[in-house]
Design a protein around this ligand. Structure first.
Ligand code: GP9
Ligand code: MN
Length: 423
């Protein structure tokens, strides 16, 4: 119904944050290289295992090397759709579903996704690169709805047995083989590179491991350090290769962790790793994932703003010089003075600089001390539930069918094809 569309639109328009003039259009015409760090949690940054840094390159980036802006209070907002939820959120600015994966169940919906918007408004081309087969998570169907021009899936890479571990292609050959693909794209481009090695069950060939395993006795947690180190090395090489290929200078580099890698089933081992009890407060803190941005011409450093994955799309649109307010987006620009720093989790929990609300209990975000529920935490709870419900109605009721906005045409999925069609 169009009433539902109006209700959502009134909400997202009122909630949206106006751009920061110092950042609006700052990256206009630049390529966007978006790097997905599979299952990477922020606790790894600066973590020392037996006195040794686990991810030395990412640590340098987190401390401003390469003029990277590191957001150290950034949280994932995914649900059961895991990677697919992270992709959905980052490219559409609303949440995945409370159950299942919208990539699979809502592929027939209408979308107004970032790749299509960048294409229509600023003439960008788009590509996704990933060392798994194209139908996983129904990507080959939904990417057409997002207007993704090219999808380099496993069939574009060297998938020999030596090159495979965990869910697919190892990150080192993946990045290496992606360079010529990036060079083949018409500029400016929006390219999304999705890594895979740091994925459950976190296995790595011993001859490729350059750090010892953890010593908790929990195989998952112990292996996680080795695959995270491998990813870190792959990323460092990729930065070098991007520079040598002449692709670094003219590009925004965006790095993000999609969701947690270590679930609550591993609390005993994580207590040993972090040196503190993993109660529900600490579990919420553990949902931090890195978010990093290199914007040509801007200085790097640590930014402590509380934010989540829904905030990425409005931030990118503004950096490219596109007003986010005309689209149906639930996050707010990270650089805006009006940024909303309450981060909603998929299950209705939330975190902001003051309060961490989980399972109807509230904690001081800084100290972890339990607090009494109060008027403010109650009203935030209502606000978060309403926020999630309105986001869900976009998907459940396919509301973008009704959303018309200037200079944006509905995407025609039949215009896109990825390799040989099998269906
Ligand atoms: C598979 C990869 C992993 O292609 O994206 O997905 P996940 O298991 O993290 O959802
Ligand atoms: Mn994932």
């Amino acid at each position: 119904k169009t009433d539902d569309h109006t209700e959502v639109l009134n909400y997202t328009r009122a909630h949206s944050a106006k751009p920061n003039p110092a950042y609006f259009g700052a990256a206009q015409g630049k390529n966007i290289i978006k790097i997905h760090l599979e299952s990477f949690q922020s606790f790894l940054i600066d973590y020392q295992l037996n006195g040794e840094e686990v991810t030395p390159f990412l640590n340098k980036l987190a401390h401003g090397q390469e003029d990277i802006i590191y957001f150290d209070n950034f949280f994932h907002q995914t649900g059961q759709g895991k990677t697919a939820d992270a992709e959905l959120i980052l490219d559409n600015g609303f949440f995945g579903l409370p159950e299942g994966s919208a990539f699979v169940t809502k592929a027939d919906n209408t979308y107004q996704a970032l790749p299509a918007i960048l294409n229509q408004k600023q003439n960008y081309t788009s590509a996704v690169m990933h060392g798994d087969y194209k139908s996983f998570w129904n990507r080959d169907q939904i990417y057409k709805k997002f207007g993704i021009d090219q999808f380099f899936d496993a069939s574009s890479y060297t998938m020999t047995e030596d090159n495979l571990v965990n869910l697919g292609l190892k990150d080192k050959p993946f990045f290496q083989e992606s360079i010529p693909m990036l060079q083949s794209l018409k500029q400016p481009f929006y390219a999304h590179l999705m890594t895979l090695t740091n994925h459950y069950p976190f296995i790595l060939d011993p001859d490729e491991a350059t750090i010892a395993k953890g010593t908790t006795g929990d195989k998952t947690v112990d292996g996680y350090f080795q695959t995270a180190r491998y990813l870190d090395e792959a990323l460092e090489q990729f930065f070098t290769d991007l520079k040598n290929a002449g692709l670094y200078e003219n590009s925004v580099i965006m790095i993000y962790g999609d969701h947690n890698g270590i679930s609550e089933n591993h609390n005993r081992a994580m207590k040993e790793v972090l040196g503190k009890d993993i109660d529900e407060y600490q579990n919420a803190m553990n949902q931090r994932v890195p978010f990093m941005l290199h914007i040509p011409g801007k200085n790097g450093g640590v930014n402590h703003t509380f934010a989540g994955e829904t905030d990425v799309m409005p931030t990118l649109l503004h950096l490219i010089g596109i007003d986010s307010k005309e689209f149906v987006l639930f996050g707010t620009d990270l650089f805006s003075e009006d940024h909303d720093s309450t981060v909603a989790f998929r299950d209705g929990s939330y975190v902001n600089p003051e309060y961490t609300f989980v399972n109807n209990s509230v904690y001081d975000t800084n100290s972890g001390e339990q607090l009494e529920l109060n008027e403010e935490t109650d009203s935030l709870k209502t606000k978060v539930n309403n926020h999630l419900a309105l986001s869900d109605s976009v998907l459940y009721k396919d509301l973008l069918r009704f959303h018309k906005t200037p200079d944006f045409m509905p995407v025609d999925p039949s215009q896109y094809q990825y390799g040989m069609e099998t269906e």
